[in-house]
Design a protein around this ligand. Sequence first.
Ligand code: URA
Length: 313
Amino acid sequence: MTDTTDALTIAPALRLLDWYQSMGVDVALGAEPINWLARGAVKPGADFLMPRTVEVARRAASAPARPADAASARTLRQPAPPPAAPQAERRAAPSIATPTAPPPSVRAFVATAPDAAVAAARKAAAGAATLDALAEALATFDGCGLKATAKNLCFYRGAAHARLMIVGEAPGREDDLAGAPFNGAAGELLEKMLVAIGATSAACHLSNAVYWRPPGNRHPTPHELDVCQPFLERQVALVRPDILLLLGAAAARQVMDTSDGIMRVRGKWRAQEIGGHSVRAIASLAPTYLLKSPLAKQNAWRDFLAIKAALAK
Ligand code: URA
């Protein structure tokens, strides 16, 4: 079989994977359990690469521009091949067929052991002395599986330092595209609620309990929340808000460390220690929920009035 034939055979498989991903399937589970301890120093994700696919894709993209090759390269979602480089430059290009060095367009599944990922997150977050450094630490952190399917990191929107910090559940589609939290209809509703209590999103610090969009807008898993938690704690310590507003059950449960439902915890102030910073925390309903259940807005309005009163002090 020629490489071109291989590439054409792979194209439908990649389309199927795309479809799975858009349907919210983000983790490939095997029939056999994985003994993480026995893996020793094996690089996370190494087992999940398809070296032959990587090699074929790379060769298809870098081959001289013949019409058939150009077509097969497109089926593999590679960028159009650059104009032919001088021979010496092409020889200097990095070697292509190693499973541990995929080209940028081929993303390995992240398969870091859960505890190791949380420990790595703690270390990365603790070393960040500023919000910019924290953004950099998140951008280079590979321990959260959500990063494999998200388009962009969504760190924060609004003011770097603010009296009111708002933490939602997770970025949605518009946020993922924009690379910032609370865009789209949910962001518009939140903005209206903030304006109604004399604030704006530009004057607040807006973020989420996880920093990448869960595929298909599913809820983040407890592990994804745990992995992002050290970054969130550091973020709170750097922003130093007076008030922390947690929007939705996932953010409330994670930060307040409770298993109670959102209807039970919402609207009640709590003194919260987070990242070594003391803050008054209150939970309310997620704007995505309010868009689907407008009657619940009366509860959210009560919570926002309580925040307005607290900000006035
Ligand atoms: N967009 C966000 O960034 N967070 C939410 O919780 C909802 C929408």
